[in-house]
Write a protein that binds this ligand. Structure first.
Ligand SMILES: Cc1cc2nc3c(=O)[nH]c(=O)nc-3n(C[C@H](O)[C@H](O)[C@H](O)COP(=O)(O)O)c2cc1C
Length: 255
């Protein structure tokens, strides 16, 4: 059973590869949050995985909220604790995300067995220009190689050396900026918007409402996944001024 969250498709790509290879089912955290589906029953030998992007060297707010509600039931006869893994997709590095994930899962009685970092294209368009197509193709080759190692590790129930899973300085400095930030104030649709409503449909936290054929951000904060801005077919969604000139990124799995 693999719980995944994605804004622009990278984590879906990784979750699908892992799920297909290991015969584990995929559960979309966005859909589960919208449907308030928080209870799951684990069958014998099933593993539990969490695949998501790193945000500010930590766990995206929607994943934090989902894990806080999650209830996993185990077969009464199951004696062993389930194998629990995390795969963190990132543009540069995951920082102290495993330590943060460990603490979130511990509260739900799910000890984290192993965590894996998976470098992919960068999508954080509100901060910098996303990775371009040529570099994306190069990164994809190493992503696929790393995924083979990750899948082998998970299939063999590879465990982290827990003494090395430490709190990171990067996370302690960067993550509070995300927790208290992730504002929607700077989002708007420019004149290219044709009112198709895709931004509202792909927003995982229903922060966008269509009013008079234009998106309006009705919540003060969102998860800052970039789906609205990166996945707009007209490239009409902007965040302040700098995104006017920047390319968009979407993993081909979503196209
Ligand atoms: C709000 C936000 C914060 C991010 N912070 C980091 C970061 O701290 N380190 C990093 O390497 N990548 C960071 N990224 C890049 C994403 O983690 C990376 O591109 C990821 O693979 C996107 O996954 P997705 O396509 O499944 O949404 C950030 C992206 C966003 C949108």
């Amino acid at each position: 059973m693999i719980f995944y969250f994605t804004g622009t498709g990278n984590s879906l790509y990784a979750a699908k590869k892992i799920g297909d290879e290991l015969g584990e089912s995929l559960i979309d955290i966005t859909a589960a949050m919208k449907e308030k589906s928080f209870s799951y029953t684990l069958s014998d030998d099933e593993k539990i995985g969490f695949v998501f992007p790193v945000y500010f060297y930590g766990v995206p707010s929607i994943v934090v909220d989902f894990i806080a509600e999650l209830k996993i039931e185990q077969n009464l006869e199951a004696v062993l604790k389930p194998y629990v893994f995390g795969v963190v997709t990132c543009g540069g590095g995951m920082g102290g995300t495993p330590k943060m994930l460990e603490a979130l899962l511990e509260k739900q009685g799910l000890p984290l067995s192993a965590s894996f970092e998976l470098k992919m294209a960068s999508n954080y368009i509100m901060m910098y220009q996303p990775t371009g197509p040529d570099l994306q193709k190069k990164i994809q080759i190493s992503t696929d190689k790393k995924l083979v190692d990750i899948i082998t590790g998970i299939s063999k129930n590879k465990k982290d050396d827990e003494s090395k899973r430490k709190k990171s300085f990067l996370t302690s400095v960067a993550y509070p900026l995300y927790r208290h930030g992730r504002k929607t104030r700077l989002f708007y649709a420019d004149e290219k918007c044709n009112g198709c409503g895709k931004c509202a449909r792909v927003c995982p936290v229903t922060a966008i409402t269509m009013e008079a054929n234009k998106p309006v951000w009705t919540k003060k904060q969102c998860t800052h996944c970039t789906a609205c801005i990166n996945r707009c077919p007209q490239e009409a969604i902007q965040y302040g001024k700098k995104t006017l000139k920047w390319r968009r990124f979407e993993n081909p799995i979503l196209k």
